[in-house]
Design a protein around this ligand. Structure first.
Ligand code: AHM
Ligand code: MG
Length: 329
């Protein structure tokens, strides 16, 4: 951290933190700050909906309309609507890539940023009261304002990210983000309606003993992946798999560990999506001292060919990921 910047204490509100660090960004016009605030605001709305999830089901069974007469929506669809609305109203984002939409959305404005988002990841956990998350990557647009959005704006590599983050809707709700100057985590204080700094300068332990992988699919992993899993067991590692990428990643960030979603017989290119799942978490991992790979090379160097491209994913503590890669490379 540069000498001139005051390190803000734990408990600092997100807005103040963003403002204090605005000049770290090379295009310090305040737009990126506003974009981050828009994301934070939308996440509070989504958090509120998630906390009502069970009640919505009950209300849905009684007539499937809420008090304002809107049709009840599935939470992942609702989250997509909330984020899209917040980001299009803000005006900083010119194009949006989402897990929920087939092609990108041109917001027809003069915004300088492109965002790739998985509005609600961990869909199998939504209905069973287990942690879920939002994942986002932010890029500068490459075309000039006024020109049509083109492929170069949309299919940017992870290295081009100017910011990335996730929101974890867990036992508490957290927003974790980076603008390329380290990683900071904020916990939502529901009575204040504010995110407050709870995890300054997050670093991922260099090594760990937790491995996260859907081992039920082991029969369709490569022999090399299975050899690594045998190594984990031979060394008495701990298996932890929530099946919500953000939650598994976040735990490994704090405790040290590796998350793997390898190529499988069913998904020969892996299951997870490069543009709105893996790139953001790779940027955060690297900023926190960890690494992320597809088994052959750095995730953030992959040039995407398609919005919804998949990739095998190995992410986490540097020593653990390097060890795993040693098996599969
Ligand atoms: P989704 O985008 O459909 O929610 O899928 C992504 C999720 C990740 O959160 C999670 O790590 C993984 O899929 C779990 O997949 P599986 O059930 O195959 O282990
Ligand atoms: Mg997803």
């Amino acid at each position: 951290m540069e000498a001139s910047r005051i390190a803000l204490p734990i408990g600092t509100a997100l807005d103040r933190f963003i403002k204090n660090n605005q000049d770290q960004f090379q295009y310090a016009s305040g737009e990126l700050s506003q974009l981050l605030r828009d994301i934070a605001l939308a996440s509070k709305v989504v958090n509120r909906e998630i906390n009502k999830a069970g009640l919505i089901d009950i209300m849905g069974a009684m007539g499937s309309q809420n008090s304002t007469g809107e049709q009840q929506q599935k939470l992942d669809v609702l989250a997509n609507i909330r984020f899209t609305r917040a980001l299009s109203k803000g005006g900083e984002v010119c194009a949006l890539i989402s897990e929920e939409t087939e092609s990108f959305v041109d917001l027809n404005n003069e915004g300088n940023y492109v965002i790739a988002i998985d509005p609600l990841d961990g869909s199998s956990n939504i209905d069973v009261n287990v942690s879920i998350g939002t994942i986002f990557s932010i890029y500068r647009r490459k075309s000039k304002v006024g020109e049509p959005i083109n492929e170069q704006d949309i299919l940017q590599t992870g290295e081009d990210q100017v910011a990335a983050g996730y929101i974890l809707y867990g036992s508490s709700t957290m927003l974790v983000y980076t603008t390329g100057h380290g990683v900071n985590g904020f916990t939502y204080e529901p009575t204040l309606g504010e995110y407050v700094l709870s995890h300054p300068d997050m670093t991922m332990p260099e090594n760990g003993k937790i491995y996260s992988i859907n081992e039920g699919s082991a029969n369709s992993f490569s022999p090399a992946v299975n050899d690594y899993l045998k190594f984990c067991k031979d060394n008495n590692y701990t298996a932890r798999y929530i099946g919500s990428l953000v939650a598994d990643f976040h735990r490994n960030m704090l405790k040290g560990g590796i998350y793997i979603y390898p190529a499988t017989a069913k998904d020969p290119h892996g299951k997870l999506r490069l543009m709105y799942e893996c790139n953001a978490l790779s940027f955060i991992a690297e900023q926190a001292g960890g690494i992320a790979s597809n088994g052959k090379g750095r995730i953030m160097e992959i040039k995407p060919r398609d919005l919804h491209q998949r990739t095998p994913f190995y992410v986490g503590s540097v020593k653990m990921v390097e060890k795993a890669i040693g098996f599969v490379k």
